[in-house]
Design a protein around this ligand. Structure first.
Ligand SMILES: Nc1nc2c(ncn2[C@@H]2O[C@H](COP(=O)(O)OP(=O)(O)O)[C@@H](O)[C@H]2O)c(=O)[nH]1
Ligand SMILES: [Mg+2]
Length: 329
């Protein structure tokens, strides 16, 4: 992203990434063009947006004439974020979802057990994260709906069977299936800086059967085959401590913090936090509480690590995880 883009612009861009129809895309692109700072440094991006707007308008006309066919799943995001669990057959996707949530996906030592995406909620402390189990990916088997599902998600878990010599090749195939469709499993989520048709998804590589003696070598081999800018975490699902540690890593991969709110004069209740991005501000919290609050907000009081207890701060104050905020309008 070129410098000097405003938070408002970034939000519009986020909405654009999640737009499901050409009509929604048109609305988001118009908003982005309105919000983008008009200077030399953004000229290329402005031109890019105009091209995309024209394409989206054309696609909108096509959609009206011939509605798109093919299966699509729109799984409404819930909790702190939506994480899509991907991988080759038998890489441990369903086992991961089963161990960390209350869902009961079929877990079996033969491939292609999972056919449909299955969302389930994972708890971590007082936050929840939505995990989505998916069908396996191979050279010859790829459910087209996965592309859209991944492109609107917050993050990806890529499962890698640490006990299998085939895991490096099989996992490279998963990466290729996405990269050939302009979707890169990467270190951060958002549009590619150079090319707005490419979307990048923050990815956590989860090495299942991670206590296998050859697991580290297999991951190293994979790393030599293909650049993997992801975080890597080893897990053995038969070991309760190992699988519990995975919860935190998954939550952390979302890059969010928890903010509690209280009403003036009312006691603090540290429950049902609002989730905002790391580096987020008072204004981000206000927009989550009520859309009108962003305009009417005068100041806030903060208790926690980002301020002295009860300190009055402005809307640009940067918050820390588990801060308590009192909004005054
Ligand atoms: N011991 C052990 N078995 C695992 C682990 N991860 C997956 N498995 C087993 O591997 C098989 C395939 O797992 P599954 O989750 O169904 O694979 P999927 O095809 O990716 O959904 C099942 O028998 C799982 O119990 C692990 O960390 N440790
Ligand atoms: Mg499965």
């Amino acid at each position: 992203m070129p410098a000097n883009l405003t938070p408002q612009y970034s939000k519009a861009e986020e909405a654009y990434r999640r737009a499901q129809t050409a009509q929604e895309q048109v609305a988001c692109l118009e908003e982005m063009l309105k919000l983008i700072p008009k200077h030399k440094g953004t000229e290329k991006l402005q031109a890019d947006l105009k091209t995309r707007l024209k394409e989206a308008r054309d696609a909108g006309e096509q959609e009206k004439k011939a509605p798109k066919k093919g299966k699509s799943y729109r799984i409404p995001a819930q909790g702190a974020g939506q994480v899509i669990v991907l991988g080759a057959p038998n890489s441990g996707k369903s086992r991961l979802v089963k161990e960390l949530t209350n869902a009961e996906p079929e877990v079996a030592p033969y491939p292609f057990t999972t056919r449909e995406p299955l969302p389930a909620m994972m708890a971590w402390e007082d936050a929840t994260v939505q995990l989505v189990d998916t069908p396996p990916i191979t050279d010859s088997h790829f459910e087209p709906y996965l592309i859209n599902m991944v492109r609107v998600a917050d993050a990806v878990i890529l499962c890698f069977d640490g006990s299998s010599d085939d895991a490096p090749d099989e996992t490279a195939v998963v990466l290729q299936q996405f990269s050939s469709r302009k979707t890169m499993l990467a270190d951060a989520t958002g549009f590619d800086e150079e090319d707005m048709s490419i979307i990048r998804l923050r990815t956590l590589l989860v090495v299942t059967r991670g206590s296998d003696l050859g697991a580290k070598d297999r991951v190293e081999f994979f790393r030599e085959m293909t650049p993997i800018p992801f975080e890597v975490v080893y897990v053995e699902f038969d070991d309760p401590a190992s699988r519990e540690a995975l919860r935190r890593r998954i939550y952390d991969s979302l890059g969010v913090i928890r903010i509690y709110t209280k009403r003036p004069g009312k006691p603090a209740e540290y429950k049902d936090p609002f989730m905002i991005p790391k580096g987020g501000t008072i204004e981000d919290v206000a927009s989550k509480v009520h859309r009108d609050l962003v305009d009417t907000l005068k100041f806030a009081k903060v208790w926690g690590t980002s301020a002295h207890d009860g300190q009055s701060v402005g809307r640009d104050h940067v918050l820390a995880d588990r801060d308590l905020v009192e909004l005054h309008s």
